[in-house]
Design a protein around this ligand. Structure first.
Ligand code: GLN
Length: 308
């Protein structure tokens, strides 16, 4: 990596100024009012090195709706609970389809391609629901234990809107149930899934919460996971599936394992060095933040810091 930490504040400012001309290129998620109301012209970025040094620019401490980034934490928790048994019910291959597509699910007998598309995430949530007295509390506590921030909770307003408009997710959950890959009741699992999508965190929270993925499973805020080499396995999935049907292009442009959400956040890790989170609400057609992707591309370009 061609990077002195002392250069980072200036580098982050440079990235900030180079991505803001892209305001207006994408579009804020509009499927629920709480997301469409968010001021689109916001940008934040936080980078945390494995030695604990942190650098930020823009609105790095502003909480936002993490949406599908929650699928990452749900996966880590489910792996912590059931280990490799999870893979009897979810695949580990890119889908090449939109995150909320139903097309493959029936053809592939109810086994979702991976844990980061909605179908896979709903199975992951089902696993947590069936092993927890209070699944949402457990996930909130898990995330707060990773980020060190007890205010990482779900936003009730986003949750109600998710539940009210979740027709596709309801269709996915019903199809999973019909095909024998959902243990819990559809409504119960969906309720937990919507709450998980509604979790609120900042870039700084996210960079801290993903430290273990950059630091061989070690986290400053939490003791070791039970699962062996969680970091290796989760990072591989993020690289191949973390940005849905745009994962290949993201790997090409940025070259870091990452997970995005339609709230405009993206987390990425350079194993052995740092975790980084960016947020900017305007999305491209794949549902990924336009400025966020560009900022990560510039970061890895200027610092020669991709995994390749
Ligand atoms: N709540 C959204 C959904 O379930 C999350 C999608 C996303 O962030 N890609 O459809």
């Amino acid at each position: 990596m061609k990077l002195q930490k002392s250069e980072l504040p200036a580098l982050l400012e440079r990235i900030y100024s180079e991505v803001t001309p892209l305001y207006g290129v994408g579009k804020t998620a509009d499927y629920i009012p709480p997301l469409s109301r968010v001021n689109p012209r916001q940008f934040g970025m936080a980078i945390r090195f494995v030695d604990g040094d942190e650098f930020t620019v823009g609105q790095a401490s502003t909480p936002f709706s993490i949406q599908s980034i929650s699928k990452l934490f749900a996966l880590m928790l489910a792996l912590d609970i059931v280990g490799d048994d999870l893979w009897k019910r979810v695949g580990r291959e890119p889908s090449g389809m939109r995150f909320n597509s139903l097309l493959q699910l029936e053809n592939e007998n109810g086994i979702p391609r991976n844990p980061f598309i909605n179908a896979g995430a709903i199975v992951v949530t089902d696993t947590i629901v069936n092993h927890s007295a209070s699944p949402v509390k457990r996930l909130e506590q898990f995330m707060a234990s990773l980020s060190g921030n007890v205010f990482n909770r779900y936003d009730p307003e986003v949750y109600v809107a998710e539940a009210r408009t979740g027709y596709r997710n309801a269709a996915i959950a019903n199809l999973l149930k019909a095909l024998g890959n959902l243990e819990g009741e559809v409504d119960v699992v969906l309720d937990s899934y919507y709450k998980q999508c509604s979790m609120t965190m900042s870039c700084l929270d996210l960079a801290r919460a993903t430290e273990s993925l950059a630091n061989k499973g070690k986290s400053s805020f939490r003791t070791q996971f039970h699962g062996e080499r969680m970091d290796k396995r989760v990072n591989a999935l993020m690289l191949t599936c973390g940005l849905y049907d745009a994962a290949g292009n993201f790997a090409y442009q940025v070259g870091l394992p990452a997970k995005s959400g339609v709230g405009g956040g993206i987390v990425a890790v350079l194993p052995g060095y740092f975790s980084v989170a960016v947020w900017s609400p305007e999305l491209d057609n794949y549902g990924n933040s336009v400025l966020g992707q560009k900022a990560l591309e510039l970061l890895t370009h200027y610092t020669s810091s991709s995994i390749f």
